[in-house]
Design a protein around this ligand. Structure first.
Ligand code: NAD
Length: 290
């Protein structure tokens, strides 16, 4: 396929490289002067999109996605697909899909989980929203860049799945960290705490697969001085998107709201920026109730 790839950052560059390595003809554009193995550089987003069967975008936020979409949609050929893999607000995802469909294009919102490691290894999970035809067109590319693609529903459903998942993740990480900090103060050994919780009803992905306590459980960013991994500011971004969506949909999400507030404080006032999101544990460790 002829693929336009816009947004060659930490995630986009390795994803585009994997598409090129698989034999697709990939033309890329980024505002920054980046070179990606096997990817031809275009002078603009519109140039990267012209004549492409599929245009993939991997951009920072919904506002930038809307601006890029306004530029590439008129340059694309009817029947081609616009596949946005960025994590953006549900409203922007739906608006871009509507504009693309009005121009005779197929549209998919397909945010990912798996991080930079998953992007490089081609093991991302895609959660997709859009028509069946649009999903089918994008699926061979998902199979190259990832190991699983779930068609979640109509436009916006991929973003909805992503932010709901990450709201659970943020809330659960905080619960796991505060429970470890309480266990410390009660004189409970961390290894014993892990041995019990990881096989009891308090178990979770954050405890069992990504344990925030150094030296306990499987290898995780906690064992590497809390270098990300998944940075606290990216968790904050996703929690903000979840609360923005909850506001639009009139959904009561008190735990998500509190998780957003705690990560905001952690990132903006407590040196959490640049740390893994599991560094909530040393944050709780240092505090009392006051
Ligand atoms: P990044 O900042 O490294 O990359 C974004 C790229 O977009 C940059 O290279 C930037 O120059 C480019 N860009 C910005 N405006 C542009 C424009 N108008 N035209 C062309 N290029 C433009 O971010 P990233 O880590 O690659 O993340 C990309 C998306 O993936 C985000 O939405 C993020 O939330 C999501 N995501 C990231 C991770 C992760 O672990 N990094 C995991 C899952 C999802």
């Amino acid at each position: 396929m002829k693929i336009g790839f816009i947004g060659l950052g930490n995630m986009g560059a390795p994803m585009a490289a994997n598409l090129a390595k698989a034999g697709h003809e990939v033309t890329g554009f980024d505002m920054a002067p980046v070179e990606v193995a096997g990817v031809t550089r275009a002078a603009s987003a519109a140039e990267a999109a012209r004549g492409a069967d599929v245009v993939v975008t991997m951009l920072p936020n919904g506002q930038i996605l809307r601006a890029v979409a306004a530029e590439v949609i008129p340059a694309m050929t009817a029947g081609a697909a616009l596949v946005d893999c960025s994590t953006v607000d549900v409203d922007s995802a739906r608006a871009v899909a509507a504009d693309a469909e009005a121009a005779g294009l197929l549209a998919v919102d397909a945010p990912v989980s798996g991080g930079i490691g998953g992007a490089a290894a081609g093991t991302l999970t895609f959660m997709a929203g859009g028509s069946e035809a649009a999903f089918e067109k994008a699926k061979p590319l998902f199979d190259i860049m990832g190991q699983k693609a779930v068609h979640c529903g109509v436009a916006g459903a991929g973003q909805a799945a992503k932010i709901c998942n990450n709201m659970i993740l943020g809330v659960t990480m905080i619960a796991t960290c505060e429970a470890f900090a309480l266990a410390d103060k009660l004189g409970l050994d961390r290894q014993k705490m892990f041995d019990v919780v990881s096989t009891s009803s308090g178990y979770s992905w954050t405890m069992n697969a990504y344990c925030p306590a150094p030296g306990v459980g499987p290898q995780s960013p906690a064992d590497n001085d809390y270098k990300p991994g998944f940075a606290a500011e990216l968790m904050l971004k996703d929690l903000r998107l979840s609360q923005q969506a909850a506001g639009s949909a009139d959904a009561d999400t008190p735990m998500g709201q509190l998780a957003e507030a705690l990560y905001a404080r952690f990132v903006e006032e407590e040196d959490g920026k640049g740390m893994d999101f599991s560094a909530m544990l040393p944050r709780f460790e240092k505090r009392g109730r006051g």
